[in-house]
Design a protein around this ligand. Sequence first.
Ligand code: SF4
Length: 253
Amino acid sequence: MKVGLLKTSLVNFPGRVCAAVFLPGCNLRCPFCHNGELACAPVATGPSGGTGETESYVEIEEAYAHLEKRSRVLGGLAISGGEPFLSPALPDLIRKARNLGLQVKIDTNGTLTDRLKTFLADPELRPDMIAVDVKTSLSRYGELAIEERAGPRLAEELQKTLQILKDEALRGGNASRPLRVEYRTVLVPGLVGEKELREIASLLPESADWELAGFISGVCLDPAWNEKTPYGPEETRRLASLAQSLIPGAKLR
Ligand code: SF4
């Protein structure tokens, strides 16, 4: 199976030098996705091309070999995608990282709630950190789905995921391995504006770490979205301040 590999990163795992592995396949088709080749690739084999936007595609064994070789300088492994919870490779990847003493972070779109629950409940597979995307209002998830009519089901799953993560925070996480959670939203014009930010904020814990990122056109899964102009600096700052007034831990990347 081919996966994306970023050998060293200072930004994919807050506070840690990490490697990042990008697993193929995704159950969404966000039109603004920057990892379209990987998201649309078969879960079992990965992309047939050679290089993604920010990482190289390698056989998964090569990624394992890199982790082994560099484990002494790495503090963690960030597992992204695609949607990692779809991948049959995820359990082995987590076990390998743990055996090498690395902390594990998983990036997810939050719509595969049962898989998330299974991993959180298993001491071997429970990650140290989850970064969950809340991409727009729940009522707009049909615009991100492979089939629009799946929107309400995806939104329902995301809501369940957010509740599970809130409950984890209230419990203070598992005593032996507390769970750190980050929420993420890309400020995509036409998909995320004031109304959507207010709704997303209402779904998050007041103490949430909420990371906002600017939209970048040019490499979108749906080429029509490359024509969109990102918010200008002033509007971006206005939206970020609005988010901070609702959730003090909101920050613009
Ligand atoms: S959930 Fe992530 S990987 Fe999947 S299509 Fe959306 S942006 Fe791309």
